[in-house]
Ligand binder design. Sequence first.
Ligand SMILES: C[S@@+](CC[C@H](N)C(=O)[O-])C[C@H]1O[C@@H](n2cnc3c(N)ncnc32)[C@H](O)[C@@H]1O
Length: 232
Amino acid sequence: MTELAAAALVQRGITQLTGRSDSPRRDAEVLLQAACGIDRTALAKNPDQPVDAAAADTYFDFLNRRYDHEPVACILGRKEFWSLELELNASTLVPRPETELLVETALESIPIGTAVEIADLGTGSGAIALALAAERPLARITATDINPDALSQARDNASRLGLAIHFEEGDWFGPLADRRFDVIVSNPPYVRDNDPLLQTGPALFEPPLALFGGQDGLTCIRTLCASVKDHL
Ligand SMILES: C[S@@+](CC[C@H](N)C(=O)[O-])C[C@H]1O[C@@H](n2cnc3c(N)ncnc32)[C@H](O)[C@@H]1O
């Protein structure tokens, strides 16, 4: 296969993803960059720069996965959250931009320079705990998850970002015994089992344990609410 011009590849991606993605151009550009390292600035400066056949094949594979509704973050195995680059695996939820509101709300109740004790339950990739650790370096943060593979990814993220978090594996407050905290945060699963909206599309690529919260979606929230007063 001959080399193809970068701009032509982006255009091909836009055409393929239009109607399948809300942001076909951005997705095509991000996937091209991941496949061959050409970022938006380089693309704008030199749209005709050639992409070698192997990189183009990787890009086409990415485009096909995106066409099949796989989120870009799952394809790339990474997502930015609170300006932190987080790596993801098959057991971690893709951190959502909306969850940054939870971080903001928690920070409002944590004065800068205080050594508060914080718990993040169901930490997944570690997104919330790591954002809090970045903003409140004196805080002592414990993060839990029932899924050992998610916890392992969260540990890797903490270590790569140089942020200190204490991790515990187990069922909600289970691994915390009788410990008490100044602040407890959690973004538990809250989607109803069998929710028709999640039977297709991006949710198929995310771990069910991170999404589904029982018949009415509130099972995890009820469990957390029942015990939280014993740990504050
Ligand atoms: C909605 S995800 C949130 C992940 C991350 N905190 C975030 O906001 O991106 C819920 C997390 O709760 C974890 N989880 C589910 N059931 C749990 C349980 N019984 N005990 C502890 N964690 C649980 C899942 O593995 C998942 O990582």
